[in-house]
Design a protein around this ligand. Structure first.
Ligand code: NDP
Ligand code: OXD
Length: 310
């Protein structure tokens, strides 16, 4: 029996089932927790599924993340040994993330908060003209999302740099890599954009030390994972003015607790992990494709390197 386990929020699971069956009516889909006999499950497409539960399926061969990120699959005890892990790479996901980043950058760069405050007071006043070519943006993570955002920002004439684990070359973008490249990258960054995967190496990477490495008054945008940020350190940097403001989509605890200071900080704009939302209809074909590859013993697409966690 080759059954596919689908696990996420109940209402979303029904949508996934419909979209997958529309492409392959023969699929045997089981919605968590109604998985049937555990021996039947050979593949699973999941989001925030309890990781230890995946060890119950002795014939599981493939884990498909319902998003671009896979950190939810690497929470202890991590994916069962020998099970392949793949993730989503999707044009709509990438486009939506770049829109989010561009919106946050331009809202800051064009002093939107300042003009809204003037409007509220009915004051006709010009703020200093922004200088795009002199504004340096630094994108942490030059993968599918980071590289697209970096290219689009460069097309707007910002000075764009990117930082990645291994060296990269991107036309019109200055690149930095590895631990040695981090502080020089930060030192030339007026607007920091985090689009890293969450791994043991990147957890807490936006902290007192790295924030102090940015020019005074830099702006921070985090649309990757909340645990990239040491939240107390970011709040301290916002309070001192080292960081002039932040746009945050992701948080250590989600939903963000109602008493958290980010909700009311005057220089924080936040969204509820909505920068780029997976659209099942858009990604169902790649799930079907990977299931076919698994069945036919062909190489899988968008494979995650389990040894580095992304
Ligand atoms: P990719 O795997 O395509 O790219 C990851 C990039 O990060 C690569 O350039 C990689 O370097 C770099 N990187 C990884 N580890 C390190 C490190 N230790 N030091 C420096 N650079 C590092 O990921 P995506 O671009 O597809 O997605 C990025 C993240 O965005 C996801 O993991 C997810 O957490 C988040 N996300 C958030 C969403 C939201 O709605 N808020 C929606 C979708 C994704 P190298 O190129 O050398 O491998
Ligand atoms: C993702 C996300 O990783 O939505 O795709 O966060």
């Amino acid at each position: 029996m080759n059954a596919l386990l689908v696990s996420t929020k109940p209402a979303t699971m029904q949508v996934w089932r419909e979209e997958l069956l529309a492409l392959d009516p023969a699929l045997d889909i089981r919605l968590h927790p109604e998985s049937g006999p555990v021996e039947d499950i050979t593949a699973a497409v999941t989001w925030n599924h309890p990781p230890e539960d995946l060890y119950r399926y002795p014939n599981l061969k493939l884990l498909i993340s319902m998003g671009a990120g896979v950190d939810h699959l690497f929470r202890p005890p991590g994916p069962p040994p020998g099970v392949a892990v793949v993730r989503l790479v999707d044009r709509l996901l990438t486009t939506a993330m770049s829109e989010y980043v561009l919106l946050a950058v331009l809202r800051h760069h064009r002093q939107d908060a300042g003009y809204r405050a003037l409007q509220a007071r009915r004051e006709w006043e010009e703020l200093p003209a922004p200088d795009t070519e002199a504004t340096r943006i630094g994108v942490m993570g030059l993968g599918n999302l980071g590289a697209d955002a970096a290219r689009k920002l460069a097309a707007l004439n910002f000075q764009v740099a990117g930082w990645s684990r291994t060296p990269k070359q991107l036309d019109g973008i200055e690149t930095f890599a590895g631990a040695d490249g981090l502080m020089p990258f930060l030192a030339r960054t007026d607007i920091l954009v985090c689009l890293l995967p969450l791994t043991p190496e990147t957890e807490g990477i936006i902290n007192a030390r790295t924030l102090a490495g940015l020019p005074h008054g830099a702006y921070v945008i985090n649309a990757a994972r909340g645990a990239h940020v040491v939240e107390e350190d970011l709040l301290a940097a916002l309070d001192s003015g080292q960081v002039s403001g932040a746009t945050l989509d992701v948080f250590r605890t989600e939903p963000l607790p109602r008493e958290h200071r980010f909700w009311t900080h005057p220089n924080v704009i936040l969204t509820p992990h909505a920068a780029s939302i997976t659209i099942p209809r858009s990604v169902a074909p790649q799930v079907i494709d990977n299931l076919a590859r698994l069945r036919e013993g062909r190489p899988l697409a968008n494979v995650v390197d389990v040894s580095v966690g992304y």
